[in-house]
Design a protein around this ligand. Structure first.
Ligand code: FES
Ligand SMILES: [Fe+2]
Length: 453
């Protein structure tokens, strides 16, 4: 995949045939460009507003491979800083979360307040003769921090579009969870961290659009955990009901996979009645907030929401996950249970237990996926396989628009449209010198207009 000895990004993927060259999962040079052009300029999830509610509350997390501290300020706003001391580069804060008035470095004792200012330098007068310009040694701030309905995101690129513009029409789908109930959402429990020897794109693409594997890879897990009749989740290996679900993409890289029955999100719970009662008690109120289509077809359905490049929310199964790349062949997946604040405690407890049972470190679904995805990644690294292509060409050409929902739509969960649009966005960003080169589209017509040749 080189042209005149240089990496040819244009040739790595082909949207029109659904082709991906396997080197995108293994090549160190491509991974380096991803860190700059994707993780260096996309909006990345930092924390839920409720995780850092009080001044001084902080979370330690990652943006790409860079470690950051996300800190609630005295005035209620949020800042994020690289978690590195500006003296000799030590890790400034080792705790994952907590509350601080200041961050003091373990190496020589420099202290920074929660706004990032350098406020304490041991022996400042004697060692620096009182001449240290402390302003020049502030913590390095993430260029943009912004929130959308409870979720805080950061962006290293000062030129990036606003978070609202970046999410675009995807907000219509995100609100099905984030804005359905008056008091919004919260993440429950500790962060569940799992390390996997896999290229970061394989697990994201899997959840973004791969309904095909459900009835096969998860056949066992679905049999033991499904407790409802699944009109919207007809995904056995022998039959497909394409009328009961949709794949939606063309949303600037963001994707949605959803059943349309309003209950099947809770099909994989031992006692779904508690959840179904909650849904029916609140559905009319949700319709007032979000309108009939979202309240009746989507709210309560199993929905996979992917915010490009590495955040996934699954209302119904109620897990929330961010993927942190750790090299070309390694990731850390951070997972939480996510609930509506207005849910009864009994339901919240059931959701937390069910996320651990299905998609936690020992989760029955996650272990099916981990094994397959690890192999897809490892097997891309052979001398011959690294020269090959892989394809996501299922239901190619079946994309259409629907008046009642934004985005490019294909029928059913078993379809690879979303992966094609996901990789299209990947390619658009990888080839763009800056944001003004990145096309914007939110429906089929716009997507077709911006299609390169
Ligand atoms: S490295 Fe932090 S004070 Fe020296
Ligand atoms: Fe899966």
């Amino acid at each position: 995949m080189t042209k005149n000895g240089k990496l040819n990004i244009d040739a790595l993927t082909d949207f029109r045939t659904g082709r991906q060259h396997r080197s995108i999962y293994t090549d160190a040079e491509i991974y380096e460009i991803e860190q700059e052009r994707i993780f260096g300029r996309c909006w990345l999830f930092l924390a839920h507003e409720r995780q850092i509610q009080n001044p001084g509350d902080f979370m330690r997390t990652f943006m790409g491979e860079d470690e950051v501290l996300v800190v609630r300020q005295k005035n209620g706003s949020v800042k994020a800083f690289l978690n590195t001391c500006t003296h000799r580069g030590n890790r400034l804060c080792k705790a994952d979360t907590g509350n601080k008035k200041s961050f003091v470095c373990n190496y020589h004792g420099w202290g920074f307040d929660t706004s990032g200012a350098l406020t304490g330098v041991p022996l400042e007068k004697e060692a620096y003769y009182g001449e240290l310009d402390k302003d020049a040694f502030k913590l390095i701030e993430v260029a943009q921090v912004s929130s959308y309905n409870g979720l805080i995101f950061g962006n290293f690129d000062p030129e990036a579009p606003s978070l609202e513009a970046y999410l675009g029409e995807m907000r219509w789908y995100l609100d099905i969870w984030l804005d359905a109930m008056p008091n919004g959402t919260a993440l429950l429990g500790e962060t569940m961290k799992v390390e996997l020897p896999v290229n970061w794109k394989f697990p994201v693409e899997n959840v973004s659009g791969d309904g095909y594997h459900l009835g096969w890879a998860h056949a066992g897990a679905m049999t033991v955990s499904s407790s409802m009749s699944l009109s919207g989740m007809t995904v056995s290996n022998s039959s497909v009901d394409n009328s009961a679900a949709v794949s939606v993409a063309g949303l600037n890289g963001h994707c949605v996979l959803s059943s349309l029955d309003g209950v099947s999100g809770y099909a994989f719970y031992p006692q779904p009645k508690i959840a179904v009662d909650y849904l029916e008690q609140n559905r009319a109120n949700v319709a007032e907030r979000l309108g009939k289509v979202r309240a009746e077809k989507f709210w309560g359905s199993q929905i996979n929401l992917t915010v490009f490049p590495s955040l996934q929310l699954l209302p119904g199964l109620n897990w929330f996950r961010v993927y942190h790349p750790k090299g070309v062949d390694r990731i850390e997946m951070w997972t939480w249970a996510m609930v509506d604040v207005d849910m009864p405690n009994e339901l919240k407890e059931m959701i937390l237990a069910n996320v651990a049972r299905t998609f936690g470190p020992a989760g029955i679904f996650d272990n099916d996926d981990g094994d397959n995805l690890q192999a897809c990644s490892e097997l891309s690294n052979g001398r011959q396989t690294r020269k090959m292509n892989l394809y996501t060409n299922m239901a190619l050409g079946r994309e259409h628009s629907r008046d009642e929902m934004p985005g490019v739509v294909s029928d059913g969960l078993i379809c690879e449209q979303n992966q094609r649009y996901y990789y299209r966005r990947w390619s658009e960003l990888m080839r763009a010198e800056n944001w003004s080169d990145v096309p914007v589209y939110n429906n089929l017509e716009e997507a077709n207009k911006t299609l390169w040749v």
